[in-house]
Design a protein around this ligand. Structure first.
Ligand code: PSU
Ligand code: MN
Length: 307
């Protein structure tokens, strides 16, 4: 018997049943819980987002590694642990084997969540923001593994775009190189997470969940190997204008060199610092956009399940 043919992923019964019956399932990541927001807003957000997915008729599947086991679909106790335990490390794809070998906990990034979702047979994944090409990457080579994963794993990722802590233009270039379709819901501009506008045109626009699902179906028909980026801009009433957040981001970025922060610590540091510098305003916007993405992503999953 070849153990390698059975993916070592534990799928929770409600998720398993939904997948077996062809009902819509939405994967959710856990780095956003453990390293993206402060406690207790992080666990409240995680529970609210799961409920939004349920209310839209889909089954939520939050993904993480617990005691070395990749888990797809978590209960409230597991979400509480992820939100509050300092021993939960940030897990991208390359960290998965190490955590499994050690029996440790890990909160999965977009890249790792995509990989585990694909192993479980889940097609749609909702998050807040994608990782991408960091500013100054020409020197640091700091490019998120989220982009590599998008070019190799067939999962549709619904986000509010890319924060301007990153180089948005270069991130879009790398997505193009990777053959990743990028569509923006209801806008001609690619969104910058806190703001609807980024100064970069949307590679393609879709005006409904159905239209987004049409793109996924076509990619599936072509047998495209990689994923799809569906960007859902933050609601106009919730956004922080680009000029306003730009100053804060510049301030936070300036800390990196001074404090010697590099590698996987960069994104969590910046997220935390932006919350401090905006007095929680960025956290409010972050939670609002994740909820909006959950509603839209569940609708995309429902449309795909009907096809
Ligand atoms: N961007 C956000 N919030 C987040 C992240 C990114 O606005 O929580 C997290 C996601 O889990 C993403 C990861 O996959 O950071 C990217 O980290 P890195 O840049 O180290 O690849
Ligand atoms: Mn990085």
């Amino acid at each position: 018997m070849n153990a390698a043919t059975t993916p070592p992923v534990q799928v929770a019964p409600p998720v398993q049943e939904a997948l077996a019956q062809g009902r819509p399932v939405v994967a959710l990541e856990s780095t956003i819980i453990s390293h993206g927001m402060p406690y207790p807003r992080n666990v409240e957000m995680a529970l609210e987002v799961e409920q939004i997915v349920r209310d839209a008729g889909a089954v939520p599947a939050t993904i993480a590694v617990l005691d070395g086991v990749p888990r797809v679909g978590l209960d409230g106790d597991a979400l509480e642990l992820l939100a509050s335990d300092a021993g939960v490390s940030k897990a991208s794809v390359r960290d998965l084997p190490v955590l499994m070998a050690r029996g440790a906990h890990g909160a999965t990034t977009v890249a790792a969540t995509m990989r585990l979702a694909a192993l479980a047979g889940i097609e749609v994944f909702v998050t807040g923001g994608l990782g991408g090409v960091h500013r100054g990457a020409a020197e640091t080579f700091d490019i998120s593994a989220d982009l590599t994963e998008l070019s190799t794993t067939a999962v549709t990722v619904v986000s509010a775009g890319v924060k301007s802590i990153l180089d948005i233009g270069l991130t879009l270039e790398v997505l193009e190189t990777g053959g990743v379709p990028v569509v923006v819901h209801g806008s001609d501009e690619f969104p910058a997470f806190y703001s609807r506008s980024s100064g970069f045109a949307s590679p393609a626009r879709v005006d409904s969940a159905e239209a987004a699902a049409d793109v996924v179906r076509a990619a599936r028909a072509l047998g495209l190997r990689g994923g799809i980026v569906v960007a859902n801009p933050i609601d106009a009433a919730e956004e922080i204008p680009a000029e306003q957040i730009g100053v804060v981001i510049a301030d936070a970025l300036a800390d990196l060199d001074r404090l010697g922060i590099t590698g996987k610590d960069v994104t969590p540091y910046l997220l935390r610092r932006i919350v401090e510098l905006t007095d929680g305003e960025s956290l409010r916007a972050n939670i609002a956009l994740v909820k909006s993405n959950a509603r839209f992503g569940a609708a995309v999953a429902a449309s795909l399940a009907g096809s």
